[in-house]
Design a protein around this ligand. Structure first.
Ligand SMILES: C[S@@+](CC[C@H](N)C(=O)[O-])C[C@H]1O[C@@H](n2cnc3c(N)ncnc32)[C@H](O)[C@@H]1O
Ligand SMILES: [Zn+2]
Length: 268
C-alpha cells in the first residue's frame, strides 16, 4: 500500500513527531491525527485548498499532454539528472508523470508526491503503487523527516529551498525544471498566455546559493507539432485555465524550451 512504504520518511506537520498508521488515520505520539482518504492519499495541509491548486480539468488536460509524449525529452533529462534510486519526492507533482518516470524500474524505490491539490494527490496515488501522495502546501514546513531523501524534484512547480535543504540527505540532489521565455511561445502569443520572466534559472541559482551548490545545467529545447486538441490541452493545463479559456484554438508547432538544473546541498 502506497503510504506505508513512505511512513518512515514522514513527520507530523504540527510537532514533527513520527507518524504511524492506526485504522484509517496517520497519528503521531502527541495525538495529532490525519484521515487517510478512501483513495489512499493523506491530507496534511491543515487548511483549505487554495485557489491555485490544479483542478480536475487541468489535470485531465495535463495527463493527455503527457500521454501524447510532448514532454518526453524533458522527462528523460529529469531522469538522467535525478539520483535514480532510493527516495524521490516531487513537489507540485500534478499527475505524477515525472515522478513515476524518475522511480524507474526498481521496486524498492519510494516516491513521495506533494501537491496542494486533492485531485493531484488522487492521481498520483493511482499513477504508481510506489508513490505516497500527500496534500500539503509547499510554502509551509514540509511533513518530511530531516535528511531523509535522495532526490527532491520541482518541475514547473514552487520551490521552498530551505525546506528542500532540510529534508535532503547530505549527498542528495535537488532537480529543478524551469521554463525559458520561448517555451510554448506560439501558444503564448496567439492566446495571450501569461509571460515567462527571463532568467528564471539564473534567479534560482541566486536564491539557492545559501543552501545549494549548482552542479549541472542542461537546456532541453525542441519543436513539436500539436493538433487542435493538444494545443487546447496545453493552454488548459496551465495557470491560464484559471481565466477565461480562449476559443478557436488551432493546430500549430510549439517550442518546448526549459532549463533542467541539478543542485547538491551545502554541508552545514
Ligand atoms: C504547473 S503544475 C506542474 C505539475 C507537474 N510537475 C508537471 O509538470 O506535470 C504545478 C503543480 O503545483 C501545484 N501547486 C501549486 N501551488 C502549490 C503549493 N503552494 N504547494 C504545493 N503544490 C502546489 C499545483 O496544484 C500543480 O499540480
Ligand atoms: Zn504531532
Amino acid at each position: 500500500m502506497n503510504l506505508d512504504r513512505a511512513l518512515h520518511l514522514l513527520a507530523c506537520p504540527i510537532c514533527r513527531g513520527d507518524l504511524s498508521r492506526f485504522d484509517g488515520q496517520l497519528r503521531c505520539p502527541s495525538g495529532h491525527s490525519f484521515d487517510i482518504a478512501r483513495q489512499g492519499y493523506v491530507n496534511l495541509a491543515g487548511s483549505a485548498e487554495p485557489n491555485n491548486a490544479d483542478t480536475a480539468a487541468m489535470l485531465d488536460a495535463r495527463a493527455r499532454v503527457h500521454a501524447a509524449g510532448i514532454f518526453d525529452q524533458v522527462t528523460e533529462m529529469v531522469c538522467t539528472m535525478a539520483h535514480g534510486s532510493g527516495t524521490i519526492m516531487e513537489v507540485g507533482a500534478g499527475t505524477g508523470a515525472y515522478l513515476k518516470a524518475a522511480l524507474g524500474d526498481d521496486p524498492a524505490t519510494v516516491g513521495i508526491a506533494l501537491d496542494v491539490s486533492k485531485n493531484a494527490a488522487r492521481r498520483c496515488t493511482k499513477a504508481d503503487q510506489r508513490i505516497a501522495a500527500i496534500v500539503t502546501d509547499v510554502w509551509k514546513p514540509l511533513p518530511i523527516a530531516e535528511r531523509s531523501l535522495d532526490t527532491v524534484q520541482a518541475v514547473f512547480a514552487p520551490r521552498n529551498l530551505p525546506e528542500f535543504a532540510r529534508v535532503l540527505r547530505f549527498d542528495g540532489r535537488f532537480i529543478a525544471v524551469t521554463p525559458r521565455p520561448p517555451h510554448l511561445a506560439g501558444l503564448r502569443d496567439a492566446y495571450g498566455l501569461l509571460d515567462i520572466p527571463s532568467a528564471k534559472s539564473e534567479q534560482l541559482i541566486a536564491a539557492a546559493a545559501e543552501f545549494f551548490d549548482l552542479i549541472d545545467t542542461r537546456i532541453v529545447k525542441y519543436r513539436v507539432s500539436v493538433d487542435e486538441g493538444l494545443a487546447a490541452d496545453l493552454v488548459a493545463m496551465g495557470p491560464n485555465a484559471f481565466h477565461e479559456p480562449p476559443t478557436h484554438i488551432t493546430a500549430s508547432a510549439v517550442n518546448i524550451d526549459v532549463t533542467v538544473q541539478s543542485f547538491r546541498p551545502i554541508h552545514a
